[in-house]
Design a binder for this molecule. Sequence first.
Ligand SMILES: [Zn+2]
Length: 698
Amino acid sequence: MRWICVFFSIVIISISSTAQENSLSNKGEPPVGAPQWMKSSNTRLETELIAEYGEVQRMRLQRGLAQVGQFWRDDDGDASTYEDFVRTSFAGDQATLDSMFTRYEQLLEQLDGHMHEINREFRQQMDLDLGPALPFDEAFGGYDPSAHVIDDFFKNKLAFTAVLNFPLTTLDQRLKEGPNWTRRQWAEVRLAQRFDKRVPADVNLGIAQAEAAAGQYVAEYNIWMYHLVDEKGQRLFPAKMRLLSHWNLRDEIKADYADKDNGLAKQRTIRQVMERIVTQTIPQIAVNNPAVDWNPFTNQVKPAAASDSDTPPARNVTNTAEPNTRYAMFLKTFQASKRADPYSPMAPTHIARRFDEDREIPEARVKQMLEQVLTSPLVGQTAKLIESRLGRPLEPFDIWYNGFRPGSKYSEAELDQMVAKKYPTPEAYQKDIPNLLMKMGFSPDRAQHVASNIVVDPARGSGHAMGAEMRAEKAHLRTRVEKTGMNYKGFNIAVHEMGHNVEQTFSLNDVDHTLLKGVPNTAFTEALAFVFQGHDLELLGLPAPDEKSLAEKTLSDFWATFEIAGVALVDTAAWHWAYDHPNATPAEMRDAVVHISKDVWNRYYAPVFHKQDVVLLGVYSHMIDSFLYLPDYPIGHLIAFQIEEQMKKAGNIGPEFERMAKMGQVTPDLWMIHATGRPVGPEALLEATDIALKQVRQ
Ligand SMILES: [Zn+2]
């Protein structure tokens, strides 16, 4: 299923991929762990099947046998079952192979499509504004009908048939050879990739449990801000303010720029809190507890001298530190993921699965791109501009500076009024989609085609886009419409989600192979959705934002990329350290993350912040519960800029959007070369930032 909000997607049917030098021998040598009899069976099968189909099939057959050997276990059958399976399932001539390919493509589309359809229907009450959800609705919504598909396909041998006949590939192969593959070859590669790992159910369950435990730890990690006190016992923050680490804490730092009296003191206090979380010197009793007052500078805790909750002041207060729970949680996610390694021959570490499969950009290249941003001279120039706007030297928390703001000619209230008049109901928006698409440069025909594939639903939350997984289904645009009509924020989100729907329609209904449906990864569909969102004023018939306003937005994105690039490097290095020290204790993991955070800071941030050994880069909660997800953010910024710049160059968004989206799910580099002429990289962002700096200085 593809359910996409802003930087949020869930993929239920795992369309997985590959990595690492394929350890399969091409000489019929069964892999370690394969049943003993396999070698002699393979020799027999090779002689027999080559006699039947000819020498020309030898390479394919050897490859297929080696691939099947990666996954065949004793309980899949004995030697004679295996040999019968290979004899009957090897497509030894082109006509049979073509039929097999076509059937798999058609039927997997049906499987994905209907599983997704069940899922969408089951979630309806949770996702849409249809009145109260009852407890059982939540269970329906949480049910995943496709959870056992991969297991089933190995059991009924459909997965084995696929890997017997179609090639498993490494990322290296896809990058080097992929540009010369035909579309059919790409589709075959994606077909085989669905079955490139066979992780036992208990291992998957362990991963889900570790994720749930870490998620719960993160979700309950609040700081009661009213109870942060300075040495005089003064309180900077209002009563009842309870901020979740790290998101709310970071957003409060951003909001505090507007507080001319206490903003700086508040920001310094939050920085101190964050550092105590990273170093785990935070008193355990100060976590999510309004019953104590805490001075994060001296680290003293006392029973709360003022109350803003029902909780009575604590007794027996000590400042015993949190016992490295943060890192114990991280280690649990690491250990659970590591258990999947032996079952994933093409990407045998979680790090490889993230970079080589989910992102399909090698880790070394990601690192290089991020370093290119971090060491750019534009960082120093932007830092100087921020200092001049702040009127003081930078402090470490200014990595979250949010003063780059596009100006607007219209107030939010004015925009609300315009939007409410235009779109009193979801139906009004639905009716206007062809018109909106024509304003984006689509021909009347193409606009009609896309619009006929989008259904608008009233969202319970702020909105999301849910694409279809088969051509007979439609993409769903979930948007929020108040009783008084749609407001501007809702419209802005609806336009973003509509961008997803348009991408989803082209990349499913108009791609040449449904096995290639979609885009390389989430960053691509987000980038395409942002293209739509960036034109929302024009869609209302208002003038586009002016150059200066766009320059402010570019600088805001650049600074955010600079910040999150370092966080991504810390996340990646932490996972490597864990793999190098698989038996580490939580305290050792803490020391490693503290060391890594300082190291990345000293290398890339200290030169502009003039302060050493800051650990703020280690505060992101994703690091604890999101399994090496953080590098997606900076990569997303780079991709968004590349696509936006290309749209500007092309001028006419509609046809360009369609051309890009129809490429489907090839590697990010191949997609980007097709779209813009260059592989994924930071150049577009850096070039735009350079121009933006000149524009705002004028
Ligand atoms: Zn989105």
